[in-house]
Design a protein around this ligand. Structure first.
Ligand SMILES: Cc1ncc(COP(=O)(O)O)c(C=O)c1O
Length: 379
């Protein structure tokens, strides 16, 4: 798409009566005190005071600091994945297991790091690639690293992944792109997060790599600044640093986080109660608020999308089509649970799952409209 086509497409989305996702970022007034600090410091990038403070707070939020590690800020979630994978120092060509039900960046990062992707299925209840799924595939296939994804903002069990690493010797990096605030790092399990505007703690563009291993964190930080140590390049890197302006937004977002999180939890609860009674509808099984809500309906995603569009309600096909259907990924190796290339849960999601409106500006009336529309699907 050209730039003007992309712009027109975004404008068309704004015309829906109920939007699927509206980012919730700080207003200009709230940013002003920190922007004035940047003016006074005249320090705009290269590990300035706001980035320093933001990383300290992220270290606490992710649990990395309590475990003796750190959080490193980066320019995007993709950069956090690529630099995190490179810092783990696996031989070029090592094989990485990841779910087919995820955003394309997970796989693109694997390739960018010089590694070879292998696609697996997700669990039928929580729609994530679990330690059990990984264990079964790792005993049958040659895998050096597992890259599970906190699907739609789900928090993965870091301790179970730590046990998986200890018992199999296979490394793990969690892609918790939409999970900052709920996903914690494990002792042996680092985590990459996205700060894209659409994420619950979004700042526009940005990423975080958090780990209990301070040496690993340092390697990622260096590689975000070309690989410099002192005045010389000590390791390969690129420019993936966070600016002071981005950190300013991040600091204000952290102040807002308790309120934002409570709002999302309340919305999730309202949705769960309202949809519990609807025949043919299933949600991801989670205790806490996800970043996005996806519903499965036995009538199929196409029927749902059509009915919602007619009602003026925007929906999205998050993580779909699954990775093995993208033209650029058709040759990627796929390993199903039955020893063939079928991924039953991912493929059921492909035909039945649709992202529903879920953001902090949704009112009770909007949710009632969504529920009423869903009731009409397949009726
Ligand atoms: C699962 C997943 N991984 C990685 C990314 C990449 O994050 P970013 O857009 O910050 O590069 C995303 C972004 O949406 C994502 O959903």
């Amino acid at each position: 798409m050209s730039r003007s086509e992309l712009f027109q497409h975004q404008q068309l989305l704004q015309s829906f009566r109920v939007r699927c996702l509206i980012p919730d970022l700080p207003e200009a007034e709230a940013l002003l005190p920190l922007l004035r600090q940047i003016d006074a410091n005249a320090w705009y990038s290269n590990f300035g005071p706001l980035v320093h403070r933001y990383e300290e707070m992220l270290g606490v939020l992710t649990g990395a600091q309590t475990l003796g590690g750190e959080a490193v800020t980066l320019s995007s979630g993709t950069a956090a994945l690529v630099l995190g994978l490179r810092a783990l120092d696996l031989p070029v060509g090592s094989r990485v297991l990841l779910p087919a039900f995820t955003f394309a960046a997970t796989l693109l990062a694997v390739r960018e790091a010089g590694l070879v992707p292998v696609l697996g299925d997700v669990d039928a209840e929580d729609w994530t690639l679990t330690p059990d799924i990984a264990r079964a595939l790792c005993t049958r296939h040659d895998i050096q690293l597992v890259l599970p994804v906190g699907s739609l903002g789900a928090a993965l069990p870091a301790e179970q992944w730590d046990d998986f690493v200890a018992s199999t010797g296979v490394r793990v990096l969690i892609d918790a792109a939409a999970g900052l605030g709920v996903q914690r790092v494990g002792r042996r399990t680092p985590v990459a997060y996205s700060l894209h505007a659409t994420k619950p703690l979004g700042i526009g563009e940005g990423g975080v790599f958090a780990t209990a291993d301070a040496t690993l964190a340092e390697r990622v930080r260096r590689s975000s600044n070309f690989g410099f140590v002192g005045g010389a390049i000590a390791q390969p890197g690129l420019n993936a640093k966070m600016s002071e302006y981005a950190a300013a937004v991040g600091l204000v977002q952290l102040d807002r986080w308790p309120k934002l999180h409570r709002l999302r939890q309340a919305l999730w609860q309202t949705y769960r109660e309202a949809l519990a009674e609807l025949p043919g509808v299933r949600l991801q099984q989670l205790a806490q608020a996800p970043a996005m809500i996806v519903a499965r309906h036995q009538a199929g995603a196409a029927a749902m999308q059509h009915t919602f569009a007619a009602a003026g309600i925007e929906t999205r096909r998050w993580y779909l089509p699954p990775l093995h259907r993208h033209p650029a990924f058709l040759t990627v190796e796929v390993r199903g649970p039955e020893g063939d290339t079928r991924l039953p849960v991912t493929e059921a999601l492909e035909s039945e799952a649709l992202g529903l409106p879920f953001h902090t500006r949704l009112g009770r009336n909007d949710i009632e409209a969504v529920v009423a529309t869903l009731r009409a699907v397949g009726a």
